[in-house]
Design a binder for this molecule. Structure first.
Ligand SMILES: Cc1ncc(COP(=O)(O)O)c(C=O)c1O
Length: 396
């Protein structure tokens, strides 16, 4: 172990594995480690750094708001908070009845969504909350209860009750949604499960059935939001209106923020004093999110994510590597399916070649670059990823 690895190993909680590198600075789609080695960052902090690193708009917003008013508590409001709530209800199509609750992370956003589901109880008659097998909704007790991965849940049982995980099939929706369901929560694409898309017509059927039975349809847009999939939010590809969405990650572009947006009657479920967060919606976080979303909008980065995603998918398939089984995903959330369990070695080989990608699971490489990428970055990616593929293919 080198010096920083030793320090990490000694002082950081063992819940986090040994990092791949110690990074020192970033600019655009590039980051540099402590030896000065550059890496093309095609993970963007797991779909977070929407504008890349040290973007002037991000830097200006952090600096300006930090020098103006950083934090005030929920006893006060500020212009950036109000502006962000208006912006997010507009972009998510929540419209005139839309409301926003602000927190600081994805897990917290889903906690707020879980509590919203409990409020939709019809006088105690609705005891069931449905989530999907393999879903990832976060690591706090409530969001972990919604998460459908046994290895994450089991050490922490018992979790908040009433949650059932159903397969992502139209048949399961039809069989499981009844009048005892308070809410169904789904990711439009399961990023942590390996960039797994929902079956065709799933969200449409989920909307129809939850509507018929008075259950809330909650869409977890934490990984898929802020333009990542080539729409502002992933559910918009299906042309439906949910009852609530949760957001985090890319909305702050690297500044911690998360939250819950409600639509229609779901906006009247929470009443005064039922939820809160000291930091949630503070002017620093909301000013940065306004700047990030404003830049995504004015620079056409949602459209760029759609177009560059197509381009990237084609270039990956053109590599014609024996290790690549196929490509999944939409926009700039891409899962590269592998023919063997070689995602770990491939990530390591990519690091050697100066490229950051992620092993979403043993047989999937996840690619989620900043939404700002253009031809030059795609060429760099292809060059570096082929070197990594060749080196792993030569040894496997
Ligand atoms: C779909 C989804 N929901 C929730 C979360 C949890 O977000 P956070 O890590 O900010 O708590 C994540 C994080 O990867 C996610 O991808």
């Amino acid at each position: 172990m080198n010096d920083w690895q030793q320090r990490f190993d000694t002082r950081i909680m063992r819940s986090i594995g040994m990092p791949l590198a110690k990074l020192e600075r970033g600019e655009g789609v590039w980051v540099w480690d402590d030896s000065g080695k550059p890496y093309l960052d095609f993970l963007a902090g797991i779909a977070v750094n929407a504008l890349g690193h040290a973007h002037p708009v991000f830097v200006e917003a952090v600096s300006r708001q930090a020098a103006t008013l950083a934090h005030v508590s929920n006893y006060f409001t500020t212009e950036p908070t109000l502006e962000l709530a208006e912006r997010i209800t507009r972009l998510s199509g929540a419209g005139d009845e839309g409301r926003v609750w602000f927190g600081n992370s994805g897990a917290e956003a889903n906690e707020a969504a879980f509590k919203l589901a409990r409020l939709n109880n019809s006088g105690g008659a609705r005891t069931r909350v449905l989530a999907l097998v393999d879903a990832f909704h976060g690591r706090t007790m409530g969001s972990l209860a919604l998460t459908g991965k046994a290895h994450m849940r089991d050490p922490f049982l018992p979790l908040p009750g009433g949650v059932e995980h159903i397969p992502a099939t139209l048949d399961a929706l039809e069989a499981e949604i009844d009048d005892a369901v308070a809410a169904l929560i789904v990711e439009p694409m399961q990023g942590e499960a390996g960039v797994v898309e929902l079956p065709a017509g799933f969200l449409e059927a989920a909307r129809e059935l939850t509507h018929r039975h008075g259950a809330l349809l909650i869409v977890d847009e934490i990984q898929t939001g802020a333009g990542r999939t080539g729409a502002w939010f992933g559910f918009q590809h299906a042309g439906i209106a949910p009852d609530a969405i949760t957001f985090a990650k890319g909305v702050g572009g690297g500044f911690p923020i998360g939250g819950l947006v409600t639509y229609g009657h779901a906006s009247s479920l929470y009443t005064k004093g039922q939820h809160g967060s000291t930091f949630g919606g503070n002017p620093l976080a909301t000013a940065v999110a306004n700047a990030v979303l404003g830049e995504i909008e004015s620079a056409g980065l949602v459209e760029n994510a759609a177009a560059r995603g197509e381009q990237l998918r084609e270039r990956i398939l053109d590599l014609d590597s024996p290790l690549i089984a196929g490509v999944r995903g939409r926009g700039l959330l891409i899962g590269i399916g592998l023919t063997g369990h070689v995602a770990g070695p491939l990530v390591a080989a990519a690091m050697d070649a100066g490229l950051i990608v992620n092993a979403a699971n043993d047989a999937t490489i996840r690619v989620a670059p900043p939404l700002t990428i253009g031809d030059a970055e795609i060429d760099e990616f292809v060059e570096r990823f082929s070197i990594a593929l060749d080196s792993v293919a030569a040894t496997s």
